[in-house]
Design a protein around this ligand. Structure first.
Ligand code: PLP
Length: 449
């Protein structure tokens, strides 16, 4: 493609060289013009070319109420009349307090405080620093705790700290020399690839717990702040929930060594997997939980942490002050939008619909696709489903990432007549797992959709 700049914006030619488009935006690719959305309503995006696209993945599991919600619009307008911005290090607002109350009530008191930022990556950065500071607030302090154990198949964000936490090979690749070296990794719970022939679920879990235990021993148990995991792995694997018993076994290892459990529910939380919090199905309560995406439903950029009693109590007895402040922390408009989103989810019992429509989607996908020679695995929970594609079903051999299978399915879906947006993921784990697509429709999706 050719790039030109006439001082009035950058002109770019499409990769085919035939269709120039003018843009001053550093798009994902400067070779391909993205689809232009000109309107949106409910679960559909309207494109400039007249197409009406079913938003089957709500961005990346974000727009959980669909688009154009009148209640959220009114709540943001009311907030604008009250206060749009003040620095939350020095001022409090009813929007921030209201959202925190709603979120803590949703944990049934199992978590104690909420901390609100603007993106999932920032929430993960905050969680890393909070975990570190927690051990300094403890009596006596444990300053040697500077390490984390995360999982190989994981994605926790794009900033240098959160990317360091991530195992996502292709997203790390270019920046590898700049990433933190205090994070080591164990296998994720991925039964399709990880379970050995004839192995029971209990034995699989015991093996993974032993792997974690060995890693604590290897790095020195007194140096680890926390074990970090996504309850259902999102972008790095394509919607892989843990097997029963996995999280209690991992938590037991953390407890044995006094480390915290951090659950990254940025993608799988806030109702997405059929309970408000994914851990409510796992038999554990995290010490720190990160949330994002469905928290604000995409109406405003908002994410955060929910913090357990153990951590909050240590801060109460210690300095009382988390040493971390951001300009847009607890942004009133973002909090007001998220509070309204959460009230709608609760009042309209949308998590029940997630469960019901999730079963419908699961049945449909399995009935239509399970026998396809290139469909290796269909897995997920609630309204969070992934399909993994394989070249060879028996050997579970992936396609070459260069074949671009997942991206090809995405492209096909966007063609007139298909009119569906699906989220592609390719060759992200040690180059082995290969291609998947991800589906995460809105919580209020209907049978007709
Ligand atoms: N953690 C998980 C599990 C995610 O899926 C994502 C985003 O996809 C992030 C963290 C980072 O969130 P953000 O893109 O809002 O910074």
């Amino acid at each position: 493609a050719m790039l030109m700049n006439d001082g009035n914006g950058v002109y770019d030619n499409k990769a085919d060289g035939n269709t120039p488009f003018k843009s001053a935006v550093l798009h994902r690719s400067l070779h391909v013009e993205p689809y232009k959305v000109v309107a949106s309503k409910g679960n559909y995006l309207h494109l400039a070319n007249g197409q009406k696209i079913f938003d089957a993945t709500t961005g990346a599991a974000v727009a959980c109420l669909g688009h154009g919600n009148e209640r959220v619009k009114a709540a943001v307008a009311r907030q604008m009349d009250e206060i749009c911005y003040c620095h939350s290090m020095f001022f409090n607002t009813s929007a921030m307090e209201g959202l925190a109350d709603e979120l803590i009530a949703g944990t049934e008191g199992k978590l104690a405080r909420a901390f609100l930022v603007s993106s999932g990556s920032e929430a993960m950065e905050s969680a890393m620093k909070l975990a570190r500071q927690y051990f300094l607030e403890c009596s006596p302090p444990q300053p040697d705790r500077t390490r984390f154990i995360a999982r190989k198949e994981s994605y926790h964000g794009t900033t240098l700290g959160s990317l360091s936490m991530s195992g996502h090979v292709s997203r790390r690749k270019l920046f590898e020399p700049m990433l933190l070296d205090n994070i080591s990794r164990v296998s994720a719970c991925n039964p399709y690839h990880g379970m050995r022939k004839g192995e029971s679920t209990e034995d699989f879990v015991a093996r993974l717990a032993q792997e974690l235990d060995n890693e604590f021993q290897r790095v020195g148990p007194g140096t680890v702040c926390a074990f970090v995991a996504e309850p259902t792995v999102g972008a790095a694997l394509g919607c892989v929930p843990a097997v029963p018993g996995y999280f209690p076994a991992m938590k037991a290892v953390c407890d044995k060594y006094g480390a915290l459990l951090i659950l990254d529910e940025i993608m799988s939380g806030m109702g997405r997997t059929g309970t408000l919090h994914a851990w409510q199905q796992e038999g554990v309560v995290p010490d720190i939980q990160t949330i994002g995406k469905g928290l604000g439903g995409g109406f405003m950029p908002i994410a955060g942490m929910l913090i357990g009693h153990r951590v909050v109590d240590a801060f109460k007895k210690g300095t009382g002050a988390f040493s971390h402040g951001q300009t847009y922390q607890g942004h009133p408009l973002a909090c007001a939008a998220a509070l309204e989103v959460q009230k709608i989810i609760r009042e309209e019992k949308l998590v029940d619909n997630v469960k019901e429509m999730g079963l419908l989607l699961e049945g449909f996908l399995k009935q239509k696709l399970a026998d396809h020679p290139n469909v290796g695995d269909i897995r997920g929970r609630g309204l969070f489903w992934g399909i993994e594609f394989v070249r060879d079903k028996v050997a579970k051999k992936p396609f070459d990432p260069k074949d671009g299978i997942a991206m090809g399915i995405h492209d096909q879906g966007m063609k007139p007549g298909y009119d569906i947006y699906l989220y592609p993921g390719s060759g992200t784990v040690d180059g082995k797992v290969g291609d998947h697509i991800l589906m995460a429709p809105a919580y209020n999706v209907t049978r007709a959709d």
